[in-house]
Structures are given as C-alpha cells and as structure tokens.
Design a protein around this ligand. Structure first.
Ligand SMILES: Nc1ncnc2c1ncn2[C@@H]1O[C@H](COP(=O)(O)OP(=O)(O)OP(=O)(O)O)[C@@H](O)[C@H]1O
Ligand SMILES: [Mg+2]
Length: 325
C-alpha cells in the first residue's frame, strides 16, 4: 500500500520553480530519501506534503488524505522534524515532549509512558528532566526525532535529520533512525545531501533543480553508472586514454589530470590494463561506484556536500518567521 502518493506536484515562488512536476509513491514502512544539493527543492516538497505550503499545481495524498482538501487529517497523520531546531531550550526533554503531546491531544495516560519509552529508545532517559539548553547537538536532534513520533504518526518527515553534526554523531543518529523505523513501523520520509547517508534508505529520489532525475534503490542506482571505476595516471594520459578507449572501454575520460574509466568486471580488467598499456602506470585505483558517481553521472555535477551558509540560514530563519528579508 502507498502511504504517500504524489502526482505532478509543482511549487513556484514568483518566477522561480522550486519543485517542478514531481511524481512518486512511497510504500508503507519504507525509508524513503530525497537526495539533492542546496536549493534542489527538498524542503519545499516536504512542506507541501506536510500541508505547510500550498502546491502551485498537482496533488498529493498522505495516509490517504489530500494535502489540499484534507489538511487537518494529513497533519494528524504525520510527524515533522524541521531542518532548523524547534525545541524549547528552556524546557526539559520531558517537558518538550509533554508540550507536543498536549498540542496533539495525546491523553496524559498515554504520553507519560510513551515519552519514557521513546527517551529510552534514543538513550536520553537519564536526561529527561534536564534542560535542553545544555544538550549536545546530537542529543537535541535525537529528542526532536522522537518528539516527532510521540503522537503515533503514520509518516515521519525528517528534513536533514543530521545536518550540522559531526560524522560520528551523524552515524549514531542513523542507528537510532533505523531502530525507530524497525521497532515502530513508521514510514520515514527524509531529505539529505549527504550521499553516504542516502545509502541507508530503501529507495532514493535524486532531485536537482526541482526535478526528480532518478528514483530507485541505492544498489540499482549504482548499477546505472554501468560498472566499476578505474582511476589511473600514466606518463602520458592522453595516449593512454586513446588506448583504453580502443581496447577496453569507450566510457573513459580525463578528469583532474587522471584517467577515469568505467569497466565491467574491474577486478579482471585492472591487471590486464597494467600489463597491456604501452605507457608506464604511475598510479591506479579500482572502486565500485558510490552514490557520488551516480550523482555525477545523472546531473553532470558533484553534489555540494555542505550545510547551508550562515547567510542562507539567517535568511531562512527570518523567512520562517514571516520576515521577507
Ligand atoms: N518562501 C520562499 N520564498 C522564495 N523562495 C523560496 C522560498 N522557499 C524556498 N525558496 C527557494 O526555492 C528553492 C528550493 O528551496 P528548498 O528550501 O526547497 O531547497 P532544499 O533542497 O531544501 O535545499 P537545502 O539543502 O539547502 O535545504 C531555493 O532556490 C530557495 O531559495
Ligand atoms: Mg532544505
């Protein structure tokens, strides 16, 4: 069963088309990722699915409800973790959860027990009564993630759940996210521009300039690169490139003073290549394609693996609070 159905969803901001004619489905229980660089349209899509932003055209259903016609029903069915933190720093972890539960009308007999369980799930039980102000970035993020599921949503939207955290904390957060998905059976819809994190998803939609350019499982996406990647340098790269193109693969290019060749069965090709190349090989490396390579192949550019700049963040902060600039 599809818990999310999106048909030709489009959102414009004046002349800018932030999301363009996007269609996809998400199955119940799936971990579905939106992968794309800054400004690709990830947050805009989430906001439309969460009924926080009206689509310019198109339609989407979440948990069977229209994001245009049944907004209240959609809101009750979802949990939302924003890109920017929305915790109350002056309250304790538990109080933050209680606030949320009351807002959603979860009865106290339910949320008290559930809060403790969820805090345990992300190893914050001991900090339940401590003020959030003194939490680390990773702890705050964990708290926000479980807060988003306190009211038993069917779908939890996570916009950049690990943004701005160090790689180790990011990995830990992911362990929690995967545990939650498994134990609670919630469908997760998340965005990221970290390619290595997209690997955790069941399926990924690659989005660039507001359009979905590919949608598949990480493995299937990697197959699209068309083989293994051999990177080498020789004492004459130009001549070597020609030789490789003639004898091994047409898919060979020079990039940053290195020859990059895509071959089937790299393990067998590599020793033959070293033996047969007329030029002396100075360095050579074989790797399986990563999502970086997929992204490069699909969009022709490398994903900018970075958090939004301070200026962009402050612009968004003001925008989110109703200021134009
Ligand atoms: N309220 C708004 N008014 C005007 N333009 C907007 C608004 N919200 C988003 N945009 C623009 O729409 C485009 C898509 O933005 P969006 O926030 O969806 O990108 P994103 O993929 O979430 O990027 P990031 O990885 O930086 O979070 C950007 O060019 C952005 O500047
Ligand atoms: Mg965003």
């Amino acid at each position: 069963m599809n818990i999310i159905e999106v048909n030709n969803l489009t959102r414009r901001f004046k002349e800018l088309v932030a999301v363009q004619d996007v269609s996809f489905n998400v199955a119940q229980g799936e971990i579905f990722g939106f992968l794309g660089p800054n400004g690709a349209g990830k947050t805009t899509t989430i906001k439309m699915l969460a009924t926080l932003l009206k689509p310019t055209s198109g339609e989407a259903k979440v948990a069977g409800f229209s994001v245009i016609k049944d907004r209240i029903a959609v809101r009750k069915s979802i949990g939302l973790v924003f890109q920017e933190s929305t915790l109350d720093e002056e309250l304790s972890a538990y109080e933050n959860l209680r606030f949320h539960a009351e807002f959603y009308g979860v009865p106290s007999s339910t949320y008290k027990q559930r809060s403790l369980e969820l805090l345990q799930l992300v190893d914050l039980a001991e900090r339940a009564k401590k003020k959030v102000r003194d939490f680390s970035g990773g702890m705050k993020r964990r708290l926000e993630i479980v807060r988003g599921m306190l009211h038993y949503p069917k779908v939890l939207f996570l916009d950049e759940p690990t943004i701005g955290l160090d790689p180790q904390t990011r990995a830990t957060i992911w362990q929690y996210i995967l545990k939650i998905a498994k134990q609670q059976g919630i469908t997760l819809f998340l965005t990221t521009h970290y390619l290595n994190e997209a690997e955790y998803c069941d399926r990924i939609a690659v989005i660039d300039h507001g359009k979905i350019v590919a949608l598949d499982s990480p493995d299937k996406l990697k197959e699209r690169v068309g083989g293994d990647i051999i990177t080498l340098t020789t004492d004459h790269n130009g001549r070597s490139q020609e030789f490789i193109s003639e004898h091994f693969t047409k898919d060979v290019r020079i990039e940053n003073d290195q020859i990059v060749a895509i071959v089937r069965d790299g393990n067998q090709i590599l020793p033959r290549l070293v033996r047969e190349l007329p030029e002396t090989v100075k360095s050579i490396e074989l790797k399986q394609p990563s999502l970086d390579d997929v992204f490069l192949k699909l969009t022709g550019s490398k994903i900018r693996d970075e958090a939004p700049s301070a200026a962009e963040r402050s612009k968004r902060f003001l925008r989110a609070r109703g200021f134009k600039r």
